[in-house]
Design a protein around this ligand. Structure first.
Ligand code: NJP
Length: 242
């Protein structure tokens, strides 16, 4: 019987690439995100189930958890950034949404699936955080605060699961060209393109390979964290451009 992996935010970017990578490794996939049509297209390609999921909605998380019979791997990837305003102009709604998707979403999914992960006898939670989980930059307070919190909950979970058959891994990427910047700048393609101008960012597939590799290790091997950035990026703001 194949092992079951649930990937949140599987409708684009790192999440979609992770679903493909885990599928190639023999996992049966449960794909979660709000844009169901995209998930259905991916499910048609790699098999598995597409489930509409809004991690910001407790009822939606509960519905997904009730719909799956088992879970071996949970990839908490749903999330992202909204805006780049300085703190002095902070938009409360954007802050709330970032906290909901990145932090509470990770908490809700993990809480709901933990019984199944433990019952599997060899469970694995992979949280996609960010270098924003341990760095700060101007205009990034809402996102970095959320990612710092997501990182803190990941490290806490690792402590709390000691002695249980569940691994906990944090994958913290730097710049990855996905829909991330398009979402951050509310659909402004020029602003999104400027982020990657003159440098080669990571692809979603390259981050997915880190996740796939951590999951593929023998079950007694816990890869605690992976920080992965483009060669042209040293910190969130130190970027070499040609
Ligand atoms: O971005 P994008 P990435 N409920 O926008 C989903 C982190 N990261 O792949 O619901 C359920 O292509 C959304 O699906 P939909 C980043 O913080 C990135 O780069 O259909 N799903 C989509 O599938 C995030 O945690 C970079 O709109 C929700 C996915 O999330 C992760 O990587 C750098 C949702 C976002 O896909 C994947 O982002 C870094 C909700 N409420 C960390 N809200 C980077 N790209 O540079 C969103 O350090 N989604």
């Amino acid at each position: 019987m194949s092992r079951i992996a649930i990937v949140t935010g599987a409708s684009s970017g790192i999440g979609a690439a992770t679903a493909r990578a885990l599928s190639r490794d023999g996992f049966e996939l449960v794909l979660g995100a709000r844009r169901l049509e995209r998930l259905e297209a991916l499910a048609a390609e790699i098999g598995g189930r597409a489930v509409r999921l809004d991690v910001a909605d407790p009822a939606s998380v509960e519905e997904l958890a009730a719909a799956v019979s088992a879970c071996d791997v949970l990839v908490n990837n749903a999330g992202g950034a909204l805006g780049l305003e300085p703190l002095a102009a902070a938009d409360e709604e954007k802050w709330r949404q970032m906290y909901e998707s990145n932090v509470l979403g990770t908490m809700r999914m993990t809480r709901a699936l933990l019984p199944a992960l433990v019952a599997s006898g060899d469970g694995h939670v992979v949280n996609v955080t960010s270098i924003a989980g341990f760095e700060t930059y101007r205009g990034g307070a809402g996102y970095t605060a959320a990612k710092h919190a997501q990182r803190a909950l990941t490290r806490t979970l690792r402590l709390e699961l000691l002695g249980q058959p569940v691994r906990v891994t944090e994958v913290a990427p730097g710049m990855v060209e996905t829909e991330f910047s398009l979402v951050r700048f509310d659909g402004d393609e020029e602003a999104a393109d400027r982020v990657y101008e003159g440098m080669r960012p990571l692809s979603g597939e390259e981050v997915a390979e880190c996740i796939r590799w951590a999951v593929a290790q023998p079950s007694h091997v816990n890869v605690d964290e992976i920080v992965v950035r483009p060669r042209a990026q040293a910190t969130a703001t130190e970027v070499h451009r040609d």
